[in-house]
Design a protein around this ligand. Structure first.
Ligand SMILES: Cc1ncc(COP(=O)(O)O)c(C=O)c1O
Length: 427
C-alpha cells in the first residue's frame, strides 16, 4: 500500500481545502502548491509541510480522548493499564531513591536524562549501557526525536497499518514517503504480517518503522521473525526504529529481543506508560548503539523539552528498579481481563466479536451486524450509545486506520468487569 492509500488519512475534500492544514492538503501541496483553494492559501503561507511539524494532520485518537477520556467512568478503549498512586509507587523505593525523592530540588535537569534512570533503562536491554540511552518526555517525544534524527526528505520508509498515528505522520512530516504493510486479519484474529513485511524490505528503502507488539491489533513478531527482519534490514542498510512500548506484555509466547540488541544502528523506543501503568510520568526513551544519531536526537531535544521533569525521573527510576513486580502486576490484570472478555463475547455475541491477541493491552473488536443495523448502520451511533447510556468509552477503529465497524478494546483497567456489565445492561 502506498502513501495515498493510507486509511489513517481522511479522503480528499472535494473543495480542495482539506480538514486541516496538513491533512489531505499535505499530498496536495506536495504534488501542486496551486491545488489548494484561495481560502486555504490565505490561511496558511506556502511552506513545504514535510519540512515542519506544523504540517501534521490532527491526531485523531488524541482528539477523541480529549473529549471522552476524563469525564466518563469506564475507559474500555485505553492502552495504558491501571496506574498507581505516588504513595503506592514510593512504597517500592529503596532507601537511596527515597532519600533522593525527599531531597529533590526542582531545577533544570541534564538533557540526556538522569544517569541513574538511564542505567535502569539500559538494564532492560542486554548489551546496552547508560551511554546508549536518551530520556524523552514519553514515547511520544522519543518517536519524534528518533524520526527527526534519522529521516532526510525523500527517504522511503516501510510501516505497518493500522497504526498508532505518530508512526505514519512523524516520518511523513520529516519528508519520508511510506510503503504500508497491512497486519493480517482473519475472522477477527490478527497476525503479524511477517512474509509481507519481508517482501517490502527492498533496496531503496531507508527506514523501517516497526511497532511490535503492535497497537491497535495486539499482533506481535516472534523472536525468530524479528531476528530475520532486523538481519534483512542490516543487509540492505535499512535503519530500524522499533516502537517497543508494549514489549514484555506477550500472551503465551516468548518476548522478542529488542531491535537494539540485534543491530547497533537500530533505535528502540520505550516508555513507562504501558507495561508499568505509569503514563502520567511522561518518561520515555530512545536506546541505540549509534551515538551519532543519539547526539543528533539530543540536540533536537534542546528545542522540544530540553529535559524531563525531575520528579518524574526519580519516580521512573523507582519503577524500573521494581520493573519485574510492576510488569507482573500489569500482566496479571490483563490475563484476568482477557478471560473475562472471552466469556463476555461468548455470552453476548449480539454486541461484538473479539479475539485474544498475541500481545499488548489492546486489540481490535468488531460490532455485531444486527446491533449496527439497529443504529441505522452507523458505528459512531453505537459507540455514542455506549458512552451516553453505559458511560463506557471504546476507541473508534478509524482513528488507527481500521474499518468503521471496528473498535479498539483495552483490557488493562481494574474496572473492566463493571464496564462489561454496563454494556450488557444497555445492549
Ligand atoms: C505504539 C505506541 N507508541 C507510542 C505511544 C506513545 O506513548 P506515550 O503516550 O506514553 O508517550 C503509544 C501510546 O499509546 C503507542 O501505543
Amino acid at each position: 500500500m502506498k502513501i495515498d492509500d493510507d486509511p489513517l488519512r481522511p479522503a480528499p475534500d472535494a473543495s480542495g481545502a482539506g480538514p486541516t492544514a496538513g491533512g489531505p492538503g499535505v499530498s496536495a501541496a506536495r504534488s501542486s502548491a496551486g491545488a489548494a483553494s484561495p481560502d486555504s492559501v490565505a490561511a496558511a503561507p506556502p511552506v513545504v509541510p514535510s519540512a515542519r511539524l506544523g504540517g501534521v494532520p490532527e491526531f485523531a485518537l488524541e482528539r477523541f480522548f480529549d473529549r471522552f477520556e476524563f469525564d466518563l467512568p469506564h475507559q474500555l478503549g485505553s492502552s495504558d493499564p491501571e496506574t498507581l498512586s505516588v504513595t503506592e509507587l514510593l512504597a517500592l523505593a529503596d532507601a537511596e531513591l527515597l532519600e533522593q525523592w525527599q531531597r529533590l530540588r526542582l531545577g533544570y535537569r541534564t538533557a540526556a536524562g538522569d544517569p541513574a534512570l538511564r542505567a535502569a533503562i539500559a538494564a532492560l536491554y542486554p548489551g546496552r549501557t547508560a551511554d546508549d540511552v536518551l530520556v524523552a518526555v514519553g514515547a511520544a517525544e522519543a518517536l519524534l526525536l528518533a524520526c527527526a534524527a534519522t529521516i532526510v526528505p525523500g527517504d522511503r520508509a516501510v510501516a505497518l497499518t493500522p497504526a498508532y498515528q505518530s508512526l505514519h505522520e512523524l516520518p511523513r512530516a520529516m519528508g519520508a514517503t511510506l510503503d504500508l504493510v497491512a497486519v493480517e486479519e482473519r475472522d477477527d484474529a490478527w497476525r503479524f504480517p511477517f512474509e509481507r513485511l519481508m517482501g517490502a524490505l527492498r533496496p531503496g528503502v531507508a527506514l523501517l518503522v516497526l511497532n511490535t507488539p503492535h497497537n491497535p491489533t495486539g499482533a506481535a513478531a516472534s523472536p525468530d521473525e524479528l531476528r530475520a527482519i532486523v538481519s534483512r534490514c542490516e543487509e540492505l542498510g535499512i535503519r530500524v526504529i522499533g516502537d517497543e512500548v508494549y514489549r514484555g506484555l506477550e500472551w503465551g509466547r516468548a518476548t522478542a529481543p529488542s531491535v537494539t540488541e540485534l543491530a547497533d544502528r537500530a533505535v528502540a523506543v520505550g516508555v513507562t506508560s504501558k507495561v508499568y501503568g505509569l503514563a502520567g510520568l511522561r518518561i520515555g526513551w530512545i536506546v541505540t548503539g549509534d551515538h551519532e544519531l543519539r547526539a543528533r536526537a539530543r540536540a533536537i531535544k534542546d528545542y522540544t523539552t530540553l529535559c524531563a521533569a525531575g520528579p518524574s525521573e526519580v519516580l521512573a527510576t523507582v519503577a524500573l528498579r521494581a520493573e519485574r513486580l510492576l510488569r507482573e502486576r500489569t500482566r496479571t490484570r490483563c490475563e484476568a481481563n482477557m478471560v473475562r472478555l472471552e466469556a463476555f463475547v461468548a455470552q453476548h455475541p449480539e454486541l461484538f466479536a473479539w479475539r485474544r491477541p498475541a500481545a499488548t493491552t489492546v486489540s481490535v473488536a468488531r460490532l455485531a451486524a444486527p446491533l449496527l443495523a439497529r443504529h441505522g448502520g452507523d458505528p459512531e451511533a453505537v459507540l455514542a450509545h455506549w458512552r451516553d447510556r453505559a458511560g463506557v468509552v471504546v476507541a473508534p477503529g478509524p482513528a488507527f486506520g481500521c474499518t468503521p465497524d471496528q473498535f479498539r478494546v483495552g483490557f488493562g483497567r481494574a474496572d473492566l468487569p463493571e464496564a462489561l456489565e454496563a454494556l450488557a445492561a444497555v445492549g
